[in-house]
Design a protein around this ligand. Structure first.
Ligand code: ADP
Ligand code: MG
Length: 702
């Protein structure tokens, strides 16, 4: 039986949050730290000792023995190295200490993290720097309690080696430019702009005992073989279906852990594919949201084990059913609480809203390839454009109300806004429902959803820092252009109107409210000149073209060297991932599938001979044996071929771009060639003879 819990009592109890800081810090120190956190002012290092000591006392009181600088290297996941609070004993007595220096700066041998050539291995120093805008927290597990300090990670020479640094820099950039626009509109109370993000996280849960029998899942996170089960997702009976008890128990434990960490776990439900689920927190400042999303992913994986489950975060764990994504809901707000993307009741009169909206439209159109890249990883290549996730073409959904307003603006001026109104369900006992002014569109990669944009392309296993820092930077860039232009204007109102009209006219090709899954959209998008980048490898060059370098350098988000290192890391990631998949396939095919089939075919052959000897017609056995034999030949051919192309790929190691292309066009293709006969063979043999659990077992055993 479950124990009663009180969310208000446990929420944030493991976080050194504002209330804790106020309680544990001297007033002046607290005030200075708050100024840094809220206004981005430089932190006075002399107060660091006081903060560190308070943090340590708070953590030790709660049972912590260690602390760690927690950072987000380019692997996309997090990294940590634990130190105990113990310092040199005095007269044999242990002393627990934590200095300001230890809080602010960490040093770690960075040579084993991806750097894309930024750092030679002999220059191994890397630094972690305290990010005081994301609160420190205690992580509890069966092994004990550790104080986690969110940090940024950079090289000896100061280049960003992580996902957090560009995100923080991009928030500064968009804040600075958005404030200029607000000033022009006479809003002088806002000092800073916050970027908000709410990340809906999709995931699969499967039985751990079955998982452990699948080398492909263990090594690559996805199944490399597996025939379709008799039932997939065609009945639509899993989406929003009642949550099974074992899954609900997992969700409960997960929620409790997240609430203690101050993560606002809010919504949970079953997703479209069997065994697929989703968790969404309440949106937060995008830096904290990115940290929290890492905590969500880590907690999901760990807590699943407590229920003999395994959590799969891969974008496409199973062929033939939907995979997982991560919707990044994004908006801009002032530090005094105004959502800049809130259209209000009469958006046609809301010029400030329309300026921000057109800036986003222009930014997304001008830099669509960068957004596409921000959603790219090897797993997402299986989803985007495959009728289960948005197409690989970036477009914006605005909805009827805003489309109508832009249409009016284009034709002279906007005088009205379509209203939502009320809706009757047709049964007297049911209440009237308030209808939104705009319907949703599930096929759009970038959809306006009332007072925020929902970027629906990002991969389930990736960090949301990438999508957010790209969005922030491209919007900052256009806001800067707008501010330059409007600051010069003689008649502000006329200039604003003209700016909105012209920008919309120039960039409306990016707006598409129709069905993104339809074949016609591909042609239509092409005729509009929109890019359709179908895979990760093709998206990487856009990160280092002169347009992107100029953009990121203009706003001091990433410099040329950092961008080149990142593009190198992306190629490497792709190459390594596909190489591991190919090697796992070779391993499974040669050591598990082939021996099983050889053995089974032998049994069929024996039975065939016996039937014949006994004078029976053995046509069934003959037919079966023939089909097994044909498929085995194709299987063996493909297996040899895969070994060859993988070896050939290895030779291209001096040119990562060419090597990545080779993996995509050759290795990946042969992997599919090998899978086909293997999946057919799975059908032909006795289920007891198949060497590992099938899709049917994996998807329907929780
Ligand atoms: P959906 O209906 O698209 O599945 P959910 O309600 O599950 O959406 O999740 C929507 C996400 O968007 C939540 O994380 C929510 O907190 C977040 N969100 C809501 N308003 C904003 C906003 N203004 N800015 C950013 N995110 C927001
Ligand atoms: Mg959503």
């Amino acid at each position: 039986m479950y124990e009663k819990i009180s969310i208000p009592e446990i929420f944030g109890m493991n976080v050194f949050n504002d209330a804790m800081m106020r309680e544990h810090l001297p007033k002046q120190v607290y005030k200075e730290l708050k100024n840094t956190i809220e206004r981005g002012e430089m932190l006075n290092s002399s107060i660091a000792d006081i903060i560190a000591n308070a943090m340590k006392d708070w953590a030790v009181e709660r049972g912590a023995t260690h602390y760690t600088h927690w950072f987000q290297p380019m692997t996309g996941i997090t990294a940590e190295k634990h130190d105990s609070f113990l310092t040199a004993p005095i007269n044999g007595k242990a002393i627990m200490e934590f200095s300001g220096k230890e809080l602010i700066k960490g040093e770690s041998d960075a040579s084993s993290f991806p750097s894309g050539g930024l750092r030679a291995t002999f220059e191994a120093r890397g630094y972690t720097a305290w990010d005081c805008t994301s609160p420190a927290f205690l992580r509890e597990d069966a092994a004990g309690i550790t104080l986690y300090i969110p940090t940024a990670f950079c090289s000896y020479t100061g280049e960003a080696l992580d996902k957090k640094t560009p995100l923080l820099r991009s928030v500064e950039a968009v804040s600075k430019q958005a404030i200029r626009i607000l000033h022009l509109f006479g809003n002088t109370t806002a000092k800073r702009i916050n970027v908000y993000s709410g990340a809906e996280q999709e995931y699969f849960l499967i039985d751990r005992t079955l998982y452990q029998q699948r080398k492909d899942l263990i090594f690559t996170g996805r199944t490399l073989f597996g025939a379709a089960p008799p039932k997939g997702q065609e009945l639509d009976d899993h989406y929003f279906g009642s949550i099974k008890e074992r899954v609900a128990c997992f969700m409960r434990e997960l929620n409790i852990e997240l609430w203690k960490l101050g993560v606002t776990a809010k919504t949970q439900h079953n997703e479209v594919a069997p065994a697929q689920h989703e968790l969404a927190p309440i949106y937060d400042d995008c830096n904290r949201a990115a940290d929290h999303n890492q905590l969500v992913m880590e907690a999901m994986k760990r807590i699943a084990g407590h229920h003999n489950l395994t959590c799969l975060l891969h974008e496409k764990p199973f062929a033939g059913v939907n995979g997982s994504g991560k919707h990044n809901n994004w908006s801009l707000g002032t530090d005094d609480g105004q959502n800049l993307l809130d259209p209000g009741k009469t958006p046609h009169e809301n010029a400030q809203f329309l300026v921000f909206l057109t800036a986003i439209i222009k930014g997304v159109d001008k830099y669509s390839e960068l957004l596409r890249l921000a959603a790219a990883n090897p797993g997402n290549d299986h989803r985007l454009g495959k009728q289960e996730a948005p197409p690989a073409i970036i477009s914006i959904f605005l909805g009827d109300q805003l489309l109508d307003i832009f249409d009016q603006i284009e034709h002279g001026g906007a005088t009205s806004s379509i209203q939502g109104g009320k809706m009757r369900v047709g049964v007297n006992t049911l209440p009237y429902l308030k209808r939104d002014a705009t319907d949703r569109n599930r096929t759009s990669p970038f959809a306006f959803t009332g007072n925020k944009f929902e970027f629906r392309m990002p991969p389930s296993s990736g960090s949301i820092s990438g999508p957010n820092f790209v969005l922030n930077t491209i919007v900052a860039d256009v806001l800067a252009e707008f501010a330059d232009e409007l600051e010069k204007a003689e008649d502000f109102n006329t200039a604003v109107h003209e700016l909105i009209r012209k920008t919309y006219a120039d960039h409306k090709r990016i707006i598409f409210d129709g069905n993104g899954y339809a074949e016609e959209w591909l042609q239509e998008a092409e005729s509009r000149g929109l890019s359709n980048i179908t895979n990760m490898v093709d998206s990487i060059p856009y990160l280092v073209d002169e347009k992107a370098i100029a953009l990121f350098e203009r706003h001091k988000v990433l410099n040329r060297v950092e961008l080149h290192s990142r593009s190198e890391i992306l190629y490497e990631t792709y190459i390594k991932q596909i190489n591991i998949e190919a090697r796992a396939m070779i391993d499974i095919a040669s050591k598990q599938i082939r021996p099983a089939i050889v053995k089974y075919a032998g049994e069929v052959a024996t039975s065939l001979a016996a039937m014949k000897a006994a004078g029976f017609d053995a046509s069934v056995e003959e037919e079966l044996l023939m089909e097994i034999n044909d498929n085995m030949k194709a299987f063996q051919e493909a297996l040899k071929h895969l070994s060859e192309v993988t070896q050939e790929a290895a030779k291209l190691k001096n040119n990562s771009k060419l090597q990545a292309i080779f993996y995509r066009d050759q290795v990946f293709k042969v992997m599919e060639e090998l899978r086909k006969p293997a999946d057919r063979l799975e059908f032909l043999v006795d289920e007891k003879a198949w060497p590992f659990p099938t899709y049917g077992e994996l998807l329907y055993n929780v």
